[in-house]
Design a protein around this ligand. Structure first.
Ligand SMILES: C[S@@+](CC[C@H](N)C(=O)[O-])C[C@H]1O[C@@H](n2cnc3c(N)ncnc32)[C@H](O)[C@@H]1O
Length: 249
């Protein structure tokens, strides 16, 4: 099967998902509300894989870029992380994450609320460089430093300029988001902190991915890899997903 077939399968799942409207997805036995317009773990099987294998033991503060429903960050809190800050470019995903944070008891109200807790903001990777929508954070320096940073990255390559917010959950134009993530992550790491990326070498553009890694002089290693039927749709194709540990400069 070709990369184009896999991308086509991805976009079909995206439109089926959108037709369903609001629904519930189960990830590792926990339920998550999915708002229309947000990447759904019911349709895409990689969320559960990354939620299961992200090494959160001993992590105090983590940052997730692109939380979607918040399933990965909330699973990390259930597994022992204390603070999860999340940043999504899609304001509906920010709201969706906070709904699930409330449902799982991790969205505390009030100053100095006790951990474990989650805070969500709308921004472009690590930056507030456009109109922003704040859920709980009010400080532009809110994206702090962390023990763990993760992004289940929209690894489909495209040159299209007219991407909808939903399409931005599976496509990254010219891998601009990836370049930002890799080149700025180290500024947000605590000493000994680690950076991870969810990727698929089947669907992603491997040549361009490697170019970004070379340009930014970022080394990477595969921490965990699995082959999964990509979506819950009949006839969906098998895809290998990789949890990568990055060593950015
Ligand atoms: C593959 S989805 C992953 C969603 C969720 N983490 C999961 O595993 O179910 C990618 C997420 O990244 C977000 N995203 C895409 N480009 C972004 C950017 N430049 N800055 C922040 N978030 C972005 C999308 O809105 C989407 O929620």
């Amino acid at each position: 099967m070709t990369r184009n077939e896999l991308l086509r399968d991805t976009l079909t799942a995206l439109s089926e998902m959108n037709k369903e409207g609001m629904h519930v997805a189960e990830v590792l036995g926990e339920q998550f509300v999915v708002l229309p317009g947000v990447f759904s773990p019911k349709y895409f099987k990689d969320t559960a894989f990354f939620a299961e294998h992200l090494p959160v033991r001993g992590v105090d503060r983590m940052l997730e870029i692109g939380p979607g429903t918040g399933a990965v960050a909330i699973t990390a809190l259930l597994r022992g992380a204390f603070y999860a800050d999340v940043v999504d470019i899609n304001h509906v995903a920010v709201r969706n994450t906070m709904i699930n944070a409330v449902l799982h008891g991790f969205a505390h109200v009030g100053w100095r609320a006790p951990p474990p807790r989650i805070e969500a903001i709308c921004a472009n990777v690590f930056r507030y460089d456009g109109p922003t929508y704040y859920m709980t954070a009010h400080d532009k320096n809110r994206i702090g430093t962390y023990d763990l940073i993760f992004w289940n990255y929209p690894f489909g390559f495209t040159q299209r300029r007219d991407l909808s917010m939903l399409e931005r959950s599976v496509l990254d134009r010219n891998y601009v988001g990836l370049r930002k993530y890799v080149s700025e992550a180290s500024q947000h790491l605590n000493p000994g902190g680690k950076v991870f990326l969810g990727f698929s070498f089947d669907i992603g553009d491997v040549r361009r991915f490697k170019e970004v890694m070379q340009e930014t002089r970022c080394e990477y290693a595969v921490l965990k890899e699995t082959a999964l039927v990509q979506t819950s749709l009949p006839g969906a194709l098998e895809v290998t997903y990789s949890l990568l540990e990055l060593h950015p400069r």
